[in-house]
Design a protein around this ligand. Structure first.
Ligand code: ZN
Length: 161
């Protein structure tokens, strides 16, 4: 995966933005921000704009901002997006993940500092991660199964053609 790829996701694509972060893409997300501010942000940072808004997509293209039109948050939309980005496959690795809430990197956090978590979680898991930005704590719990299932589905479709 290209670690330098920077994305900006707009509007109703919040679930897409969270998935991109989980798979390690540097992804800003705004809902309701003025179009001109979105475009400024893309130009300033060299970000690819991902939007479901055709008008904004056309506007971006006229300004020379790389933009990809995505219609929804489903697996086919993700496959379409990744193809357009030239990404051949995705691979979940929590050490490369970004916080789905704030896009900051996660850092390994020792179990001793996890006292606020439920006992069951502390008994079951050994490795914990803390978001560098918002301090939220993550571990590879049951939701990982869904993430890996999504990854397999996406990679299978990406390989089809
Ligand atoms: Zn965070």
């Amino acid at each position: 995966m290209d670690g330098m790829m920077r994305l900006l996701v707009d509007g109703m694509l919040g679930s897409m933005a969270r998935k991109l972060r989980i798979f390690g893409f540097d992804t800003l997300y705004y809902n309701g921000l003025d179009d001109s501010l979105l475009l400024d942000e893309c130009m300033k940072d060299g970000r690819v704009l991902i939007t479901g808004d055709e008008e904004l997509f056309n506007h971006a293209s006229r300004l020379g901002v790389e933009s990809i039109l995505v219609k929804g948050n489903g697996i086919d939309d993700m496959v379409h997006l990744l193809r357009r980005l030239g990404v051949g496959s995705i691979a979940f690795d929590i050490r490369n993940s970004r916080c789905p809430l704030c896009n900051s990197r996660l850092e390994h956090a020792s179990k001793d500092t996890m006292r606020g978590l439920p006992e069951g979680i502390l008994e079951r898991y050994e490795r914990f991660y803390r978001c560098h930005g918002c301090a939220r704590v993550y571990w590879e719990g049951s939701h990982i199964k869904r993430i890996l299932e999504f990854e397999r589905g996406v990679n299978r479709r990406l390989a089809e053609r």
